[in-house]
Every structure is written in C-alpha cells, then in structure tokens.
Design a binder for this molecule. Structure first.
Ligand SMILES: Nc1ncnc2c1ncn2[C@@H]1O[C@H](COP(=O)(O)OP(=O)(O)OP(=O)(O)O)[C@@H](O)[C@H]1O
Ligand SMILES: [Mg+2]
Length: 240
C-alpha cells in the first residue's frame, strides 16, 4: 500500500521542503521506494534543494497536459525519485491544477511512499495538494505564530482526510523560548511524530543542493530525520 502524505503548514518557511527532501532521502536509504513531488507550483524549490533545477520536463509540463507523469521523474540521492516543478511564471500560467490528484495517483503506483511538498496557507494550490493526498503531516516551528496558523489548516484537513494529521516540530533550538512539545500537542490536539533540531548543517547542505542526511551523516538533524523515517515505518507496520 502506498502512503501518500502531504506536508503542510499554515505559516510559510517552517521547513516543509527541507523535511520532504531529507525524510524522503532517509526513507530511500532504508530501501523504501519513495517519490517526492514538488506541488508548490508557484514557488517551487524542491528541485533546487537536490540540484535538479532547470529540468525540461517538470510537474508544470505534466499539469499542462504536455507530458506524462513518469517523464518528470528524476533520480535523486540513495535512489530517491524526485518530481521537480518548474519555476517560470509562464509555466505556472499553463497548468491545470485540477489534474494534480490524477497525477499523484499515477505516480503513487508501485511506490511505498509519495511525499508531497505543498505551499503554505490555504490558497487554491495548497488546498489542491492537501486534497490530492491521503494523509497530512504539519510542519511547525516551536512558536505560537506557527502553531496557531496550523490550527487553521487543521480544520480544512479534517474535512478532507479520514486519518487525523500528525505533527513534525522543526527548527527546535532547545532554548527556553521554544514552545514545549507537550504544549504544541495539547494546543493542536495532534501527536508529534518527530522533532528536528535547528542545525546549521541543514542550511549548508541546502546551499550546495544536497540532502543533509547524505552530506552530513553525523549531524544532529540527520539523526533526527533518520529517526523520523524509522517512526514512519513503525506506524506503517502498525497499519498493516
Ligand atoms: N532544521 C533546520 N535547521 C536549520 N535551518 C533550517 C532547518 N529547517 C529548515 N531550515 C532552513 O529554513 C529555510 C526554510 O526552509 P524550507 O524552504 O524547507 O521551508 P518551507 O516550509 O518549505 O518554506 P515555504 O513555505 O516558503 O515553502 C531554509 O533556508 C532552510 O534551509
Ligand atoms: Mg517550501
């Protein structure tokens, strides 16, 4: 059974693309057939994080009806399958977003995991990405603004999915100013699947177009991403 999971946030910049890139790579390292899809159709940058920018065939061409979904799949680290999205305004203007769900289902065929990166908030493109997946994981940072914004998308996701969403806390600094994990869980009434620390190695890897889990095996963030991948696999076993 393929798990199709969209990574969402109310607030922008919480780390959705970073999580999709690194969790996807960590799952691929564990031998799982994993696809990551950049469904942030207007502000795409997943390809950039994996040095796959500038490809001729991307999600844009697929959503424009010019190419098949499998033609937009590229090899990333550890055998990860990556579907980047184009970055041009012209490309955005030609897409038919209502094709996304069908494209997602086509890609999901034969995969263990399809991780969908989406834009933040509740615009048309984020709602379409949320609706195209079967489950959602919210990426929040440990601060009130991020958690309260997640509350808004929670209501929408609860109407779209039968499975309740889960949380990833990203950029945890360990400082007293961080909203504690249990407080985030009780405000949102959702469980935390994993906590990723603030780690400069994440930015260094992104700047070079690499996954931190490949570039820096000993980094704290890498350990956290690997633990998160193992947790997802455990919940997989429970579902079976
Ligand atoms: N754990 C981390 N430690 C340090 N820097 C991080 C971490 N996670 C993300 N970042 C940095 O934060 C910035 C935003 O991350 P990212 O682009 O993944 O967020 P996003 O939620 O996808 O943003 P958007 O809403 O714009 O799509 C990037 O510069 C990224 O390198
Ligand atoms: Mg992003």
């Amino acid at each position: 059974m393929t798990r199709i999971i969209v990574f969402a946030s109310g607030k922008g910049g919480t780390g959705k693309t970073t999580v999709v890139t690194n969790l996807g790579t960590a799952l691929a390292q564990l031998g799982k057939k994993t696809i990551v899809l950049d469904a942030d159709v207007t502000m795409a940058n997943l390809g950039l994080m994996l040095s796959l920018e500038g490809k001729e065939i991307t999600l844009h061409e697929v959503l424009a009806g010019k190419k098949k979904a499998k033609q937009a799949v590229y090899k990333g680290p550890a055998g990860l399958n990556v579907v980047p999205c184009g970055m041009s305004l012209e490309g955005v203007q030609k897409i038919k977003l209502e094709r996304l769900k069908k494209v997602v289902l086509e890609l999901a065929d034969n995969a263990d995991f399809l991780l969908v990166d989406s834009s933040s908030g509740l615009g048309h493109d984020s709602i379409t990405a949320l609706a195209a997946a079967q489950e959602a994981i919210f990426v929040v940072t440990p601060d009130f603004a991020s958690v309260l914004e997640a509350m808004k998308i929670k209501r929408v996701v609860e109407r779209l999915h039968t499975k309740s969403p889960e949380l990833i806390i990203n950029r945890a600094s360990g400082d007293r100013t961080d909203l504690p994990k249990n407080e985030i869980e009780s405000i949102l009434e959702l469980p935390v699947l994993g906590v990723i620390p603030e780690d400069i190695e994440v930015k260094r890897a992104a700047a070079l177009g690499e996954a931190v889990v490949v570039r820096s095996p000993k980094a704290l963030a890498t350990k956290a991403f690997k633990k998160l991948a193992a947790t997802l696999l455990e919940s997989e076993a429970e579902l079976a």
